[in-house]
Design a protein around this ligand. Structure first.
Ligand code: NAD
Length: 522
């Protein structure tokens, strides 16, 4: 993607370098205008009854299902995603989200009554209402250009928010398609606005008056967005990078585990925030066999233009990404790592291709074990114990997901609890982003906040507390006037509620009865 002088960006197929289209880089006034239109749309959209909004969401489900080939084809061409992934990892998450929201969101966000056991509050009733926030800004990456923004937008609009989406400059056509789908499903105008452009457009958006900003992208981008949102105190959710570890126990079934690891490392050409980027094998009798099987399944992968449904690995997204991958492999090689398979760019294929690559002899001084590579490379370390595997897995500035592989599930779960990440999957990897019921988000430089699930939904609401009491309700002993009798009542109350039984509580009770009706100071 290149910014031209006429303030447009050109979308390029990374498999062929063919130009797919050109879209405008929207400036400050255009982004501002889109946000203002979204505020106007919010007035009516937020007032609609839940079921009327979910009816539109179910209509959108129909539209996505009808247009699945068109969407998958565009994703495949614009970011080089293999065809199977263009359907499975891009479409199922949004479609499932439509169903999940329509069946559960209203129930999950019903008013909640809160009990107040303290006798001083006995006449009060508290409830929590979940109300829409307003206009939500969504700044999206290119690696899952449809499913990531789509799932977030669906959750935001189901609750009555309106959204302004800034798609990645590397996948603007998919972003525009998202806007068209909402229109085709009959959503009112401006409930979802799409502003195309590069990071300057994202900067303008994060400078606007928004109720919330959800940023998915690089750590550097996230830090800037947080600073840009600070003057407005716009709350941000940051979904950032990962360097996700897989730990394999010695009892893991060899061939099955090898297939899972190979998929986790190389799906989407390794360009998933939750890709397996580090593999720790706990030494056992089958370690060599496992490495051999990983190599075997990797060598069988077909690299090429993902328009061919047989292709397993497409290109990386651009030359910058390709050079980053190469630099990680070459640095590791220079520091003594062994490339077991792959290790070459494939210019002969016409786009930004790199062979799926496996390395051993790596260590944590190398960038390949510390920095996000975001490419089809899998560095493997053999370790002596579970403790060592956990220590190394946690030795990272990231904390997004991890996976643990093995037959002994109690042992695997024990390891899962020791890992400093937001999600741990046993005997699988990556899939959980597509399940809207499950929380998604990380620790450390992987960001903060949770999307998806009931927690993500609540994050898109104003969680409003309303407390109800009448003028004839219980005595407000915390109101004026103060004085010595009031101090005695306070101490007696603490004794009664929190003193030891029977002495403290009995003393508290008598003291309370004795002081309750004494006059406070004038
Ligand atoms: P990026 O940070 O370059 O760009 C992401 C989006 O932010 C783009 O739309 C871009 O235009 C915009 N942007 C960049 N700088 C900005 C700024 N200063 N102000 C406002 N907007 C700005 O990231 P990318 O290359 O598109 O995405 C890859 C990264 O995203 C990887 O690190 C990956 O791990 C991460 N990612 C994380 C998750 C997650 O759920 N945690 C999911 C997907 C991708």
């Amino acid at each position: 993607m290149v910014a031209s002088q006429t303030a447009t960006i050109v979308s390029i197929n990374p498999a062929t370098k063919e130009v797919l289209g050109e879209v405008p880089v929207l400036g400050q006034s255009e982004v501002q205008a889109a946000v203002e239109r979204s505020w106007v749309a919010y007035e009516n959209w937020s007032m609609l009854q839940f079921h009327k909004r979910t009816r539109k969401i179910l209509e959108l489900r129909r539209v996505i299902e009808r247009k699945q080939d068109e969407i998958a084809d565009l994703v495949c061409r614009e970011v080089g995603k293999p065809r199977v992934e263009s359907y499975l990892s891009e479409l199922t998450g949004p479609l499932d989200t439509c169903v999940w929201l329509s069946e559960n969101a209203e129930r999950m966000l019903r008013d909640q009554l809160i009990q107040l056991p303290n006798p001083m509050l006995s006449s009060k009733q508290s409830l929590v209402a979940f109300e829409p926030l307003g206009v939500v800004g969504v700044i999206a990456p290119w690696n899952y250009p449809f499913s990531i923004p789509m799932m977030t937008i669906l959750m935001a609009v189901a609750l009555g928010n309106t959204v302004v989406l800034k798609p990645s400059e590397k996948s603007p056509l998919v972003g525009i398609k998202i806007g068209e789908l909402f229109e085709a499903a009959g959503f009112p105008k401006d409930v979802v606005n799409v502003v195309t452009g590069d990071r300057s457009t994202g900067e303008h958006l994060s400078n606007c008056r928004l109720s919330k900003l959800i940023f998915t992208g690089s750590v550097e981008g996230g830090m800037k967005v947080m600073a840009q949102a600070a003057p407005h105190l716009t709350p941000v959710t940051l979904e950032l990078g990962g360097k996700d570890a897989a730990i394999v126990l010695p009892d893991a079934p060899v061939d099955w585990t090898a297939r899972g690891i190979v998929w986790g490392a190389f799906t989407n050409a390794g360009q998933a925030c939750a890709s397996i980027e580090r593999l720790y094998l706990i030494k056992g009798k089958k370690t060599d066999a496992l490495i051999e099987r990983i190599q075997h399944h990797t060598k069988a992968l077909i690299v090429g233009n993902p328009a061919d449904p047989n292709v397993d690995i497409g290109p990386v997204v651009d030359e910058i990404q390709l050079e980053k991958v190469i630099s990680h492999v070459e640095e590791a090689r220079a520091l003594g790592a062994t490339v077991l398979t792959g290790g070459n760019r494939r210019d002969d294929l016409g786009g930004f291709f790199y062979e799926p690559t496996i390395l051993t002899g790596v260590n944590h001084k190398m960038a390949i074990m510390q920095k996000e590579s975001f490419g089809p490379i899998l560095p493997i370390m053999i370790v002596d114990s579970e403790d060592e595997a956990v220590e190394l897995a946690n030795d990272s500035e990231f904390g997004l997901t991890a996976s643990v592989w093995g037959k002994n599930l109690a042992r695997a779960e024990g390891i899962a609890r020791d890992l400093n990440v937001g999600t741990v999957l046993l005997n699988d990897c990556l899939f959980s982003h597509a399940a809207p019921q499950l929380p998604w988000g990380g620790l450390k430089k992987s960001g903060f906040g949770r999307s998806h699930s009931q927690f993500g939904l609540q994050d898109l609401c104003n969680i409003k507390h309303i407390n109800i009491d009448s003028p004839s309700g219980s005595e407000r002993i915390w109101w004026y006037p103060y004085g010595e009798p009031r101090v005695k009542v306070a101490k007696a109350g603490i004794g009664l509620l929190h003193g030891t039984f029977p002495v403290g509580k009995t003393k508290g009770l008598f003291s309370l009865l004795g002081n309750m009706f004494r006059k406070a100071k004038k």
